[in-house]
Design a protein around this ligand. Structure first.
Ligand SMILES: NC(=O)c1ccc[n+]([C@@H]2O[C@H](COP(=O)([O-])OP(=O)(O)OC[C@H]3O[C@@H](n4cnc5c(N)ncnc54)[C@H](O)[C@@H]3O)[C@@H](O)[C@H]2O)c1
Length: 405
C-alpha cells in the first residue's frame, strides 16, 4: 500500500512525535489526512513546525499533511477515507475513543494507558470482543530490542523456569508529573497507570504469564505537592533563589527538567491525599504459576540515578538488563560463565518506538498481528488498578484477567 491515510484523534506532543518520526521512518509516504482535536491552532502549529523541520511548508511540495478537521471520531471515519487511526489524546479519553473505533475495522494505534479505571477497562474489553478492529498499544518497552533479547534468552532456557523478577524504574525526568498536565489526577489517575503500565506489561511478557495478585504501597507528599498557591509559576515566586526546581537552579545544577518558566511542583494544584501523584511507589507481584517479583518506581531520581530494567532469575541462571546503560547480563548459576552484551545506538524509548511503528505499518499494510494487541493494554491496566487499590487499602488485591467472566 502506498500513502497510508491516517486519521488522528488528539494530535498532541507524543503522537505527532511518533508520526513525524518513526512512522515516517517506516512509511515515508504516510499522510495525516484527518484530525479530531479541539485545539486546532495548537495542532496547526505542530504540523507547521514538523513541515518546517522537514524542509517544506504545509502546502508546499513533498509528502505534506493536508488535513481536514472533523468534529468527532465517527464523522472522521465516515468521511475521511482512512486506512488507519491513531489515538493520542490524554489518558482519560483513550477508552471512549477506542470503544468507537472498535465498531469499525480500521487498524488502530492506541496510546497508553488504554483505560484509567475499572469501568473503562471493562467497557474496552467488551467493545473489542468480536471486533474486527486490531490495535497496536503503544508499549515501546516490551518491543524494544533489549527486552526482546532478554525474552529470547529466557525462552531458550537461560534461567530455567523463571521464578523471580526484580524490576526498578528510577525516573530521572519525573518532575513532569507535578509541573505539567500529568499532575491533573482526573486525567492520569496516578503513576501506576501512567508509568507502571509499561513495566507491568513487559514483566508479564518476560515471565510469560499474567500478574494475578498485587500488594502495593505508595509514598506521597514527602517531596512534591504542597500548599503553594494554585497556578503559581516560578516567574511569580519569591523563592526561586533557594528552590532546587527553579529554572536557574536546574540550569546551575544540571539537574534536568524544564529550564523555562514552569508551574510550581509544590502547589495545591498537584492534589492531596490519594489524589496526588506518588513520589515513589512499589508493588509485590504474584504471577499465575506462583512465581513472584517486585517493581519499584521512584520519581525524584535525577541525572545519573536514572535506571530502568529487570533481573529475571531461576535455578539455572539470571538474565538482567538496564535500558539506560543499554546492557544485558546473563549469569549461569552452575557453570563458570557470565556474559555481558552491550546494545548500540540511541533511539527513542530504547528503540521501542521504531518497533511499534514497524508493527503498526505491518498491520495497516498486511494485517500482520501486532506484538502489543489490545489485550496487553487491558491486562496491564487491570494489574495497575489492582496496585492502585492495594496501595489505598493496604492489602493484597487479585488482578482481573482479560476474558474473566
Ligand atoms: N507510549 C509512551 O511511551 C508515551 C509517551 C508519552 C506520552 N504518552 C501518552 O500519550 C498521551 C498524550 O500525551 P501528550 O504528552 O502527547 O499530551 P498532549 O496534551 O500534548 O496531547 C493531547 C492532545 O489531545 C487533544 N485533545 C484533548 N481533548 C480531546 C478530545 N476530546 N478529543 C480529541 N483530542 C483531544 C489536545 O488538544 C492535545 O492536542 C498521554 O495519555 C500519555 O500517557 C505515551
Amino acid at each position: 500500500m502506498s500513502g497510508i491515510r491516517l486519521g488522528v484523534v488528539g494530535y498532541g506532543g507524543r503522537i505527532s512525535g511518533m508520526i513525524q518520526g518513526v512512522f515516517r521512518e517506516i512509511a515515508a509516504d504516510l499522510q495525516v489526512t484527518a484530525i479530531v482535536d479541539p485545539d486546532e491552532a495548537g495542532v496547526r502549529a505542530r504540523l507547521d513546525a514538523a513541515a518546517a523541520g522537514r524542509g517544506w511548508a504545509r502546502d508546499g511540495g513533498g509528502v505534506a499533511d493536508d488535513v481536514v478537521f472533523h468534529r468527532d471520531v465517527d464523522a472522521m471515519i465516515k468521511d475521511g477515507h482512512l486506512d488507519a487511526l491513531a489515538v493520542g489524546t490524554r489518558c482519560n479519553f483513550h477508552t471512549p475513543i477506542a470503544v468507537r473505533a472498535a465498531q469499525h475495522s480500521l487498524p488502530l494505534f492506541l496510546e497508553k494507558p488504554v483505560a484509567v479505571d475499572m469501568k473503562q477497562a471493562k467497557a474496552l474489553e467488551t467493545a473489542f470482543e468480536g471486533s474486527s478492529c486490531k490495535a497496536v498499544v503503544s508499549f515501546p518497552l516490551r518491543v524494544s530490542p533489549l527486552c526482546e533479547l532478554a525474552r529470547q534468552y529466557i525462552e531458550e532456557g537461560a534461567v530455567g523456569d523463571p521464578v523471580h523478577v526484580a524490576a526498578t524504574n528510577y525516573v530521572p525526568y519525573g518532575t513532569v508529573y507535578w509541573e505539567a498536565a500529568y499532575r491533573d489526577y482526573d486525567v492520569t489517575h496516578g503513576l501506576f497507570l501512567q508509568k507502571a503500565t509499561h513495566d507491568f506489561d513487559y514483566l508479564m511478557y518476560l515471565m510469560g504469564q499474567p500478574i494475578v495478585r498485587v500488594a502495593a504501597t505508595a509514598t506521597r507528599g514527602h517531596i512534591y505537592g504542597g500548599d503553594k498557591p494554585a497556578g503559581l509559576r516560578c516567574s511569580a515566586c519569591d523563592e526561586v533563589g533557594e528552590c532546587l526546581e527553579s529554572p536557574q537552579n536546574r540550569r546551575h545544577n544540571s539537574s534536568g527538567g524544564s529550564t523555562a518558566d514552569h508551574l510550581c511542583l509544590f502547589s495545591v494544584d498537584c492534589g492531596e491525599g490519594h489524589r496526588l501523584n506518588e513520589d515513589a511507589s512499589s508493588a509485590l507481584l504474584e504471577f499465575a504459576d506462583g512465581s513472584h517479583g517486585m517493581y519499584t518506581q521512584v520519581f525524584f531520581a535525577r541525572r545519573d540515578a536514572g535506571t530502568r530494567g529487570a533481573n529475571v532469575s531461576g535455578y539455572l541462571g539470571s538474565v538482567s538488563f538496564d535500558w539506560y546503560t543499554d546492557e544485558l547480563k546473563r549469569v549461569r548459576h552452575h557453570a563458570p560463565f557470565s556474559a555481558v552484551e552491550k546494545a548500540s545506538g540511541v533511539a527513542s524509548h530504547f528503540g521501542g518506538d521504531l518497533e511499534l511503528a514497524r508493527d503498526f505499518v505491518a498491520l495497516v499494510e498486511n494485517g500482520a498481528a501486532p506484538r502489543t494487541p489490545i489485550e496487553t493494554g487491558i491486562q496491564s491496566v487491570y494489574a495497575c488498578l489492582a496496585a492502585k487499590q492495594s496501595a489505598e487499602k493496604g492489602r493484597f488485591v487479585d488482578v482481573r484477567l482479560v476474558g474473566q467472566v
